[in-house]
Design a protein around this ligand. Structure first.
Ligand code: 13P
Ligand code: SF4
Length: 312
């Protein structure tokens, strides 16, 4: 195994030689965030992917994000360093199961969270991210019934803030649903001045206590603009790297999961599958590449494009 400098230098060289852009989600390991051309949340990354002139997009994130980049750029090569980089939300919403579920509610529109496979997007009327989900729901006429898929926690939060009674698919994020309410209360006692921020994929009990609820980018903006010095972070701990870059003098405390949870820390095991070495190899080999069938690419594009029309 080579050291990080070895991979860093070669990755940047290959990116230049191959007219490639490296996009990284804020949940990636620090070393990957530091060499990326752009680091952001899923909406920002989809936006950058839709505008890039690079011929190849290397996506340091998870599969549904790389698939979204491919749907937006069917003629470009999209590389995903580890093909096993899934997502508990996307992986537990199988197209055949969702098709049967959707058939139970023929009058409903489908709003799918971006954390789904391309086939679910193709069955949707709108695709949203956590940054713009509320705006999208509010833009749909009030008498139009909605199925929201696949995150029941984000769905319940959206029902609460918009007053809509949406039908929810029973999915959840294994990282955000693992946060411990008891540990949050203990941390709150220890740091009474701290502001609690949480991603809306977290459970209702955590969201009830949070001072601020928002997507990854919205949390960054909140932290940047608050006078508070200490923040308890109710989302994947990778975000802390960007928070520290944005506000080096502030203190960030990751919210831990329940004891005995399969997530030992507040990190997404799928996101952390990507490494500098895998990144280097996928650029050198131009593989693994995201491949999607043509009809699927076309049908999934329509609801995704609406992301950019209804801005957060
Ligand atoms: P963002 O839309 O905030 O980037 O969230 C993506 C995600 O996977 C959260 O777990
Ligand atoms: Fe999926 Fe949760 Fe990981 Fe985000 S943090 S990619 S929602 S498993």
């Amino acid at each position: 195994m080579q050291n990080q400098d070895f991979y860093r230098a070669r990755i940047r060289k290959l990116l230049d030689e191959k007219n490639a852009i490296l996009l990284a989600h804020c949940y990636q390991e620090k070393a990957i965030q530091d060499i990326a051309d752009f680091v952001g949340d899923s909406l920002e990354l989809a936006r950058v992917a839709s505008k890039t002139t690079a011929g190849t997009i290397v996506f340091a994130g998870v599969r549904f994000m790389a698939e979204t980049a491919k749907i937006l750029n069917p003629d470009k090569r999209v590389l995903l360093p580890d093909p096993e980089a899934g997502c508990s939300l996307a992986d537990h919403c199988k197209p055949e199961d969702f098709a049967s579920f959707k058939a139970l509610f023929p009058d409903h529109m489908v709003v799918s969270y971006i954390n789904t496979g391309a086939a679910i997007k193709a069955m949707s009327d709108y695709v949203c991210t956590s940054s713009n989900a509320e705006n999208i729901i509010r833009a749909i006429p009030e008498d139009q019934p909605i199925i929201f898929v696949p995150d029941k926690n984000l769905g319940a939060y959206l029902c609460k803030v918009t007053g809509r009674d949406m039908v929810l698919w029973d999915g959840s994020c294994m990282v955000h649903e693992a946060f411990s309410l008891e540990k949050l209360i203990q941390l709150h006692r220890k740091y009474p001045q701290a502001k609690v921020v949480a991603h809306p994929e977290s459970e209702a009990a955590i969201l009830r206590i949070a001072h601020f609820i928002g997507s990854t980018a919205q949390i960054r903006e909140y932290v940047r603009t608050q006078e508070a010095e200490t923040f308890i972070i109710g989302t994947e701990a990778g975000i802390i790297h960007q928070l520290e870059n944005d506000a080096p003098h502030k203190q960030f405390i990751p919210l831990p999961p329940e004891e005995n949870n399969s997530c030992a820390c507040s990190e997404c095991a799928y996101m952390k599958l990507n490494t500098l070495e895998k990144l280097y190899r996928c650029l050198a080999d131009e593989s693994p590449e995201v491949q999607l069938e043509e009809t699927l690419l076309k049908n999934a594009l329509r609801p995704i494009e609406k992301i950019f029309k209804i801005s957060p």
